[in-house]
Design a protein around this ligand. Structure first.
Ligand code: ZN
Ligand code: MN
Ligand code: MN
Length: 281
């Protein structure tokens, strides 16, 4: 399975690939634009060409996207909801221009309106986004969340419902985050617990919907609903869940990326990637 990490796009989209290449990533995840601003400078053809050339030369595959943190498709506020849909559409267009196959997103937060209302608003947003990008090859990956605050997506049932009720189920997949799932109450620490969690995932969502994995250890305990990532093996998950994931034939072709804390020299990524590779049997 291709292994890598989330890479910064500071200095240009192509820089993310050069960074990933410099520490031996086989796949990377990127924000398609600055993750804490609504607006983005439109991509120019030179930047797209530089990005595609860097990707070819590096052999990194796949390179996939993650939406900005401002977007909330579950917002009960009409203005914020519309702003989120518009911003999401810009990100979908950027993915299409750059040739990114997936855009990972957190379903959204209901902000007190309740999970049912939130899920309906997210569903309506996804339908609008997918309708307006018909013909685009970009697939949206709903990420499993920790359920912190009023965030939806911490139960497999939430993601299953969004896919079932979508007018475009063929353009929806799932990204499994180990830290988030564990914090949400899905145990992964023993072969039995790991098996049970993915049995449940398969029964509710379908293993074939799984397109990417986020490899993060967890600071928070099982069911804590705390979204705090830790270095591989140093958190409450330990090494066993990662050993099981990396050696499971069902996940052999899935891109797996780290989203663990790091500084600009990325030495923590180097350490975590070495740990992960040592677990492959
Ligand atoms: Zn995420
Ligand atoms: Mn994640
Ligand atoms: Mn997280």
């Amino acid at each position: 399975m291709p292994l890598g990490a989330h890479m910064s796009i500071a200095g240009g989209m192509d820089k993310a690939i050069l960074r990933g290449q410099s520490i031996g990533c086989e796949t990377i995840q990127v924000f398609t634009k600055s993750s804490n601003r609504w607006r983005a400078k439109p991509l120019v053809s030179e930047e797209i060409a530089r990005f595609k050339q860097a990707r070819e030369e590096s052999g990194i595959n796949p390179v996939f996207g993650h939406t900005s943190y401002l977007i909330n498709l579950g917002s009960p506020d009409e203005d914020l909801w519309q702003k989120s849909v518009d911003s999401f559409l810009v990100e979908m267009e950027r993915c299409a221009a750059l040739g990114l196959p997936y855009l990972v997103m957190h379903p959204g937060a209901h902000m007190g309106a309740g999970e049912d209302v939130g899920l309906r608003r997210i569903g309506r947003a996804l339908d609008e986004i997918l309708a307006r990008t018909e013909g685009s090859g970009v697939i949206i990956l709903l990420e499993t969340t920790a359920g912190q605050g009023s965030n939806i997506g911490y139960r497999f049932e939430h993601l299953a419902r969004l896919i079932e009720e979508s007018a475009y189920p063929d353009r929806l997949g799932v990204c499994f985050d180990t830290c988030h799932a564990f914090a949400a109450g899905y145990d992964l620490r023993t072969p039995e617990a790991f098996h049970r969690t993915f049995e449940e995932f398969d029964a509710l969502i379908g293993i074939d919907r799984l397109k990417a994995i986020h490899l993060n250890d967890s600071r928070g305990d099982l069911g804590s609903r705390i979204d705090r990532h830790e270095h591989i093996g140093l958190g409450k998950l330990g090494l066993e869940p990662f050993r099981l994931l990396l050696n499971d034939p069902r996940f052999r072709n899935l891109p797996m990326v780290l989203e663990t804390p790091k500084g600009p020299d990325m030495k923590e990524d180097v350490m975590n990637l070495a740990t992960l590779r040592s677990l492959i049997e």
